[in-house]
Design a protein around this ligand. Sequence first.
Ligand SMILES: [Mn+2]
Length: 394
Amino acid sequence: MHNPSTFHGLRHTHLTYSTRSFYYLSGADFADCAVTYDIARDNLILWIPYTDPRQALWFGKTPSPEECKSRTSVSDVRYIIELPRYLRRYLSSRSASSGSSTTTVYILHPSQPPPHPEFLGSRGILQIDTVSLQPAMDAARVIKSTWEIAAIRRANAVSSAAHRAVLTRLKKMTNEREIEALFRGYCIAVGAKKTAYGTIAGAGPNAATLHYDANNEPLAGRQLVVLDAGAEWSCYASDVTRTLPIGGKFTKEGKAIYSVVEKMQESCIRAIRPGFQFVWLHVHAMTIAVSELLKLGILKGSAKEILAAGTGAAFFPHGLGHHVGLEVHDVSGRERLMVGAGVRVKARGGGLGKREMFSPEMMAGLYRAGMVDGRGEGRAKLEKGMVVTVEPGM
Ligand SMILES: [Mn+2]
């Protein structure tokens, strides 16, 4: 697998998708590397570029093989110029030991073939499989190791502290952009140079746009601000969203809605455990939303009827959560977390990738399908080692 030069590229593209998997396998987050894994010998080798001294004058040094070895758990680190010879030897030894003239090399992406495949091909028949590795990588990435969980916890700790730093300064701020600046400045100052996604600081009606990112409107005359912002630590993401009262105090109405969301969140966090279908938690959150909105008099009628009609989706239209890992919306493994067959909706415009929106029809369908008892089939069950967000909203 090859790590292209644009490691710090856009999220939600194939490019970053595969560079994140590259980091997952190799622990290297700099450009122009390759990684090979010999399954039979359990031999994982990181191939790194040699930095010419003239190049180092401008861009600094890339890590040496010794440095890479000391901070990753790969079997070996070598210069990438030796890779073609390694592959050639590998292919000859494979065809000698298996007695077959065909050897398959699995790569993650068709645009990242091994170097000089035509030359390698002359040693036997080289088959390049570009489809099998991705699902295997996703299945591995969806279950986090203790090291990965520690990195995510660290990212979370930075995000939480940065959120609190915003809260203590909020009364003195006049524009959404000051919130973003303080949040990001705080993260950088403590060593989390990058955020896991574009910071969302939406005041007043802007808070209702799920992926608002302009962050440049005045706070004056507005009651609440939604801050959805998370730091990244060692390439691992965090995702924290809070609603804050701009003047320092909630109004009676603001507090009432805030409390509904808080109740949904706390209850889901209490209920979450391995073996549960995550989508059940979504229905659970919706059930609380409907009963609380009935108490407030915002909805009228019977909870059962409202749930069966899916009306709650008008208030809580997004999915309860997603996997978090090397990407803020991390890979799902074999089954998606929130939706089963036939209930997948793409965001309008597509620019933000697939977002799981829950229309009233879908919500009603889930409810009718008996998801409320958590035993419905065909949707992803939570497993030990998965890291997911629990983020109801209203
Ligand atoms: Mn999120």
